[in-house]
Ligand binder design. Sequence first.
Ligand SMILES: [Zn+2]
Length: 162
Amino acid sequence: MSAILKRIAFLFLIVLLPVIARAEQPVTSVELLKDASFYNAKKIIFEGEVVGDIMIRGKSGWINVNDGGNAIGVFAAANFLKDIDQAGRYGKTGDLVQIFGVFNRSCTEHGGDLDIHALNIQRIKEGNSTIRSIPTFKQIILVLLSVILIIILWISKDSRKH
Ligand SMILES: [Zn+2]
C-alpha cells in the first residue's frame, strides 16, 4: 500500500470510528428526556431493567424499562416480549434488556405519549428475586459463625490441656 493510501485509510478510520462507536452506544433516559426533540423519530439503543407489568395484547405489547434515571414505555411486537418473564418490583430484579427502536417524543399512535417502538429487544441479563437470596446469605453467615465458634471452642479446649 502506498503512503498516501495508508494515510487516507488512517484518516478514514479516525473519522469513522467515533461514528460507529456512537451508533452502538445506548442513550440514557435523562438524555432522551432532555434532548427529546433531537432524538424524536430517530433510531436509538436504550438499556435498562424491565419494571412493573408486562402487558401483551394480541400481537403487540408494552413493557416499562428503567435505566436508573427514568422508566420509559416500550411498545413491541409480542414475539419480542415472550422471552421477558421477570419484571422488577419490590424484592425482585427484573430482566435487563437492550432495546433497539425508534424514540417518539409524542407518539401519534399512542395518545401523544413519550415512548419507544422496539425494532428488536435483547435480554442481556435474567432478573431474579432478591428476597429469595436473603435467607441463603443468612444461612452462609450462620454456617460461618458456627465454624468460627467450633474453632474457638477447639482452641480453648486445646490450650487448657497445656
Ligand atoms: Zn407509540
